[in-house]
Structures are given as C-alpha cells and as structure tokens.
Design a protein around this ligand. Structure first.
Ligand SMILES: Cc1ncc(COP(=O)(O)O)c(C=O)c1O
Length: 365
C-alpha cells in the first residue's frame, strides 16, 4: 500500500485563509503542474469559490475546461505559438503577454468583445528577469493592446517574496506601482493590477491589488521563511502514506541498504516501508528525516529513516514501536507530521518540488 490522499476540505480552508488575508482582491488559484502534484481533478471542486485558476501550459488550460471549469483561466506564460493563441480564443482563456511575438498575435487576431481572451495579463519585468516587457517597451505594448480593445491586467512576479527583508522586494513593488499609475493616467483608469503570489499575499498586505495569485499556500505549505504553515493556519492538503511490510532486528555493527550508509551502534529493531524514490519520496533526505508510524493500536511514533532510500523501499528505526503491533502499520511520509515543509528541509529542496515529483505509482485517494 502506497497512497496519496488529497483533502479537498483543507484546500477550501486554505483558500478561505487567502480570502481573509486579501479580502478585496480576486483570487487566481494556481493549479499548474497538476495542481502542484495534488491532481487537478481532485482540486478544482475545492476551489469553486476562487475567481479563476492559473496554469502554465495550454494543455493544462484545456484539461481544466474539459473538467468543467467555466470561470477565468489565466495562462501565465501565455501562448507559445499563434496556433495556441487561436486555441486560447476558442476556449476563452486569458493569456499573459510577455514579449513581442505574443503582442503581434494579439494584434493580428483580436477575439470577440465578449471573449475572455479579450482580457490580457501584460507582464512587466520588475526584477525577476525571466519574462516581461521592460520600462521602455511596456507602455507602447499596453497602449496598442488597449487601443485594439483589450482589457489589461498589469502583472509581475516576485523573485524573493518569501524573505520579506530582501531588498529586491521594495524595488519590484515600487516599479510595479509606478507603472500601474502611469498606465492608469495615460491609457485607462480601468487597468487592473496583479502582483502577489502566496508569499506576497502574506508579506505585503498593502500591495494586493486587484488579483492575487496564490499557489503553494492553497496546498497547505508555508510560503515564507519566517512563519510555519501551522502559524499561518494552513492545513496540509496531502497525506503521503505507505505501510510497514516487514520487521527485522539488526545487530550492532550491521549496515543497512545500498552503500551500507548506516551502521547500527546497538541491536536495533528496524522496519521495511513500502515507499521509495520510485514513488516520489526523495532519495537525498539527510539523517534528520523521519516518518510517523501509526501502529495497529492506533498509537503514533516518530521513527527515523535509516540507510539509503531505494526505489521501492526505505528502512526505519522502530525501536519505540511495540513489536506485536508494528507489522502492517501505517506510515506517514508527509502530512500533519512530518509536514512536507520539514521533509523539504531534510531533502535540501522546497515543498513545491516534492509535491510535483510524486510518481504515478502510489494510489490516489
Ligand atoms: C506567475 C506566477 N504567479 C503565481 C505563482 C504562485 O506562486 P506560489 O506557489 O509561490 O504562491 C506562480 C508560481 O510559480 C507564478 O509563476
């Protein structure tokens, strides 16, 4: 048994946290990368109170339409070809326009006035230096789109919003706010703004503007470096589970697993757990990694992961678990404890990557 259990109620709760933090803004709930690994079909019903969803590829947008999502879909890197632009028009998808080729397609093929594709998100490069028009090219691009009948949302993306004190944040905010004022004064007062991802929502409440774009916090993971998910009242939306499939006692001096990386200092009760990197549990976890064992008496135990993570199994130290109740126990790789944010620290990465890299093998519940 290896399972990924999704908790729609947690996602709805987290969405409500976003709304409480940004009560005046519309919410574009980010569901790219299969809803951060949670499964877009499982997640969309929990996001009914969002104003729209955000995806990274046209394919993801079309999948959401097929699943019945009939509100706004924002395509955050826009169309990659003119053919994609045409499909976006056909399926009422709102595109980001971040460079000249996309601008040309939009001016060449103008959707009907009632099409959602008439709303475009014009991207301003305020310091991330990946996508977007610069200070010189943005105003003429915005003017030509406005003159062609488009409704504009000025957007940008933070590079360091997780760290409130990073000096680039203030610069990005200033550039964004200045540009929005210029566009409103010189083109139209109806131009909207969208600045904040999850970390921005938490760290910069005075800059939420018209649309916020939460991703990771919807899934219950902390978006900022100085507050935990628990402190932010976010609930984990995923439980990654497995099972103890065998028990052993290794003697002092015995080494466990590939590379004989862990050697028992004393006789140790160990358990084999049916999970590995073939499921998406990270191979690179350090010696602080642990799991929660819920034994057949429903008692919980914190157990260290020992030895190297293999493709299909890991070994844990079950010295604390009574022998008679350990076999077949449930094992939580991440969920309430350990939280995926902790596992990410143990693996030297971020929760986003762990969630997105789950494989097809675990059963989805
Ligand atoms: C443009 C844009 N907006 C919002 C988000 C959501 O970010 P987060 O998951 O950190 O809230 C992302 C994610 O990478 C993004 O690329």
């Amino acid at each position: 048994m290896r399972t990924i259990t999704i908790k729609p109620a947690a996602i709805t709760h987290n969405l409500n946290q976003v709304k409480a933090l940004a009560p005046k803004s519309n919410v574009l709930a980010m569901v790219k990368a299969n809803a951060y690994g949670h499964g877009v079909a499982a997640v969309l019903p929990a996001l009914q109170q969002a104003d729209g969803i955000g995806v990274a590829t046209l394919r993801e947008a079309l999948e959401a339409r097929q699943l019945g999502w009939d509100k706004t879909i924002g395509l955050i890197e826009g169309a990659f070809t003119i053919d994609e632009w045409q499909q976006a028009i056909e399926h009422d998808i709102s595109c980001v326009i971040h460079h000249a080729p996309q601008l040309a397609w939009a001016l060449e093929q103008i959707p009907a006035a009632d099409s959602a594709t008439r709303v475009v998100w014009i991207k301003y490069n305020t310091g991330m230096n990946r996508l977007g028009f610069n200070e010189q090219t943005l105003v003429p691009a915005a003017k030509s789109l406005h003159d062609a009948g488009y409704q504009l949302i000025l957007t940008t993306h933070f590079a360091n919003a997780d760290d409130r004190s990073h000096p680039l944040n203030a610069m990005q905010i200033q550039r964004f706010n200045d540009m929005l004022s210029i566009l409103r004064e010189t083109i139209s007062h109806d131009i909207k703004g969208s600045l904040c991802n999850s970390a921005g929502i938490v760290n910069f409440p005075e800059h939420h503007h018209d649309w916020v774009r939460p991703g990771i916090m919807l899934y219950g993971s902390a978006p900022v470096i100085d507050q935990s998910a628990h402190e932010l009242n976010l609930q984990p939306a995923m439980e990654f589970g497995a099972q103890i499939i065998a028990l052993q006692t290794v003697s002092a001096g015995d080494a466990i697993g590939y590379g004989s990386r862990w050697t028992a200092e004393q006789d140790t009760k160990t358990a084999l757990v049916s999970i590995g990197y073939g499921d998406g549990y990270p191979r690179v976890v350090n010696e602080d990694a642990y799991v929660t064992v819920i034994d057949t008496n429903n008692e919980s135990y914190r157990c260290a992961v020992i030895g190297r993570v293999a493709m299909d199994m890991i070994v844990i130290d079950v010295s604390a678990v009574p022998g008679s109740s350990a076999l077949n126990s449930k094992v939580i790789l991440w969920g309430d404890a350990p939280h995926v944010d902790e596992v990410a620290v143990h693996a030297g990465t971020i929760s986003y990557e762990l969630l997105c890299r789950l494989s097809l093998r675990p059963q989805r519940l």
